[in-house]
Ligand binder design. Sequence first.
Ligand code: ATP
Length: 233
Amino acid sequence: MLSVSQLRSSYGRIEVLHGVSLEISAGEIVVVIGANGAGKTTLLHCLSGIQPIQDGNIVFRGESFNTVPAYRRVKHGLAQVPEGRQIFTSLSVEENLRLGAYLYTDDKVDRDMEDAFNMFPILREKRNLPAGGLSGGQQQMLAIARALLSRPSCLLLDEPSMGLAPILVAQIFDVVKNLKSLDVTVLLVEQNAFGALSIADRGYVMETGHITLSGEAQALIVDPRIRSAYLGL
Ligand code: ATP
């Protein structure tokens, strides 16, 4: 579904992605783990089209995305849930969700909203309240639901567990795992390596702009290199 090869990206003259390659098949949950500053967010921004690439290729569902602008990538079914949720705090929960559906004017938007409320009943309860009043976990649910309103076939999730209490982290990882049942393919970027590998099919390890290791999630979770560097074991 998504194929990335030899991707290079820079901020000014400083290159931070040095030839990153990865593959994601339809229906998979794939995680990229790595320390702070490894380049994970930059990678997602390159895929969604908000960060330019200097070299390499991004192919989504058979089509080159290299020169496709960000808004058209959403139309093609690739949506990003940004780091730090980035919800519109002064707008209501419902207004935030409707912004996710900005591409559509059809009747299906209301049904999609109902699907989102069925998936996250707390959002229905709070639909008319300002989104800024939601807890961190609820805001993360809203950010995911808002992205689903764009009818993606692939979601890019940037650190959805960041800053959440452990019980909420578990809930959010459950939500991500359940995206499979909606036929949504997932590329997840996480510093919580254990939680992410526990729900993923496959994983990549990114270190200072390079992919240094990849494999089945269940193999990575028992790999001594991962256990000492990322799981604190
Ligand atoms: P984090 O978990 O902290 O978000 P990350 O793995 O997502 O880390 P990136 O945010 O992609 O890493 O950062 C990769 C490198 O690029 C880091 O050295 C960072 O300082 C640098 N960087 C990120 N954004 C910018 C920017 N807007 N301008 C200049 N340098 C940047």
